[in-house]
Design a protein around this ligand. Sequence first.
Ligand SMILES: NC(=O)c1ccc[n+]([C@@H]2O[C@H](COP(=O)([O-])OP(=O)(O)OC[C@H]3O[C@@H](n4cnc5c(N)ncnc54)[C@H](OP(=O)(O)O)[C@@H]3O)[C@@H](O)[C@H]2O)c1
Length: 333
Amino acid sequence: MKAAVLNGYDKNGTDLVVKDVDVPACGPADVLVKVMAAGVNPLDNMIIRGEVKLIVGYDMPLVMGNELSGVVERVGDAVIGFAPGDRVYARLPLGRIGAFAEYVAIDHRAIAKVPEYLSFAEAAAVPLTALTAMQALDLLDASEGDTLFISGGTGSFGAMAIPIAAARGLRVVTNGSAANEERVRALGASDFIDYRKQDYADVLHDVDCVIDTLGDKELPREFGILKQGGALVSLRGLPNGEFAQRAGMGFVKRLMFSAAGSKYDRLAAKKGQRYRFVFVHSDGAQLAVASGILESANIEPSVDGVFALGDVNAALAKVVAGGSKGKTILTLE
Ligand SMILES: NC(=O)c1ccc[n+]([C@@H]2O[C@H](COP(=O)([O-])OP(=O)(O)OC[C@H]3O[C@@H](n4cnc5c(N)ncnc54)[C@H](OP(=O)(O)O)[C@@H]3O)[C@@H](O)[C@H]2O)c1
């Protein structure tokens, strides 16, 4: 089968090689999926540059790609709930990625059925960011009516996080690029701040919770707008000891991440706030819940560019360039 392969990390980024590789073996708990579309994420470029290898390290060569939609071709003996012909989608398990390929074998606990109203391309835009939103919101432990600030909510994360947070009864405030204001308001954002014209730190204060997508530079200011005792979940900051423990990491990594994230823990402690880091993991059951929320709100995932597998490097470059109006998709149909 054809697949896009990374031959080694490169901190400056490097091209993937599209070549023939073996179809992956399908274990007893796996489904073999014929991939129809795959989502391209900032995470893929971070993996290529070796930026997440302390959280999850990969052997090379590596078939790249973290999320996909497709059709079940075969199921292992221990699989329940899925059958050949099902339309499914998934954020792949961290240790076993490979969505930029014609076939992928996935543990059935990582997949969910694609809601009927979504095309394969639209569906491939959902799993990674929808699960990130679910997992970040669970960590925030917010109550109905709370105000949530999502920084940079105009990208592909916001496209899932805004409607899911709104469905949980949160009042969502976001900032981002002006061209996307109407779209994010339609997704459920109550207030929007154009980040090139106005500083959110000048207009927001005492918000109940924050989801940070921007990382180190913005984190101190995001803590600044958070109320006493509020919670902040970051997708881009440094992992801390609490994350390492939650992820079940060993002693050495727990020590390392405790040291790395301690500056945010200290910032949070000043006003009795909580700092959490999320690194999205696969969860088919949680994806099924998210699917229900998206379907009942009739949320159309925003697709911003569709590329063939052979153009995977152009797709990755588009994601690096920014200016996102939604998800970049590879199509394998
Ligand atoms: N930890 C995890 O598990 C996890 C999971 C999902 C995503 N993430 C991370 O979350 C981040 C967002 O992901 P994404 O897929 O939504 O990215 P994306 O599609 O590239 O969107 C980013 C959005 O943020 C806007 N933006 C850029 N700089 C900004 C600023 N200073 N203030 C406000 N908005 C700004 C961008 O607008 P312009 O392009 O117009 O500037 C763009 O609309 C990425 O860094 C990704 O790696 C992490």
